[in-house]
Unconditional design. Structure first.
Length: 194
């Protein structure tokens, strides 16, 4: 693309994004760059427009851990608008409070590893769910708030007694899905009950 037209398109895109998406962001100048910043929940969102046609998108959590990062060269308005609209959709999902799901097993040891792997799969599916492992004793004594409680096969026999404590919140994980690490099946099970 001719550099003149690329500069013109980049300027147009910058002004369009600023007016359409970034009117509630704080703007600051860093050299020749424009940096837009906004806080949503416990996240800080930064979008930077550099003079060399580079756009950088970043979301940091409250511990300054990167939750989202993308930088790209502006090629044309269509390409860049796809990146920005994906970011805006991701930002809109940050406002939604995460659903809390507990995975209960007999002592919490095997479920800790399982929860870690299942959480990675849930994040890959971009579901707004936070998983925690919990042993049966702690679950019955503390009675924590949760949107859903998954029972591992080891404690599946407690389904009826736990259903009395947590009506409409208890789901048994099928043995084959748990033992064979069929995370996709378990995610579908979660979606069906939420």
């Amino acid at each position: 693309m001719n550099l003149f037209y690329k500069d013109l398109s980049y300027t147009f895109f910058y002004l369009w994004v600023k007016k359409r998406y970034l009117n509630d962001f704080k703007i600051s100048k860093v050299g020749d760059s424009a940096v837009f910043t906004k806080s949503v929940s416990q996240y800080t969102i930064t979008i930077s427009f550099y003079p060399n046609h580079i756009i950088e998108e970043q979301i940091l959590d409250k511990e300054d851990k990167v939750s989202y990062y993308m930088h790209y060269e502006f090629i044309d308005v269509l390409q860049a608008s796809r990146f920005i609209s994906d970011l805006i959709q991701y930002i809109n999902n940050l406002d939604i409070q995460k659903r809390k799901i507990l995975l209960c097993c007999s002592c919490g040891i095997t479920s800790t590893f399982f929860v870690e792997q299942l959480q990675n799969n849930i994040c890959a599916c971009q579901l707004n769910i936070k998983l925690e492992a919990m042993d049966l004793y702690t679950l019955t004594q503390e009675k924590p708030e949760a949107d859903l409680i998954l029972l591992s096969p080891q404690v599946g026999h407690c389904y009826h007694s736990l259903s009395a404590l947590f009506p409409n919140h208890i789901v048994k994980i099928p043995i084959t899905d748990y033992a064979a690490y069929h995370y996709a099946n378990i995610i579908q099970l979660i979606k069906n009950y939420l």
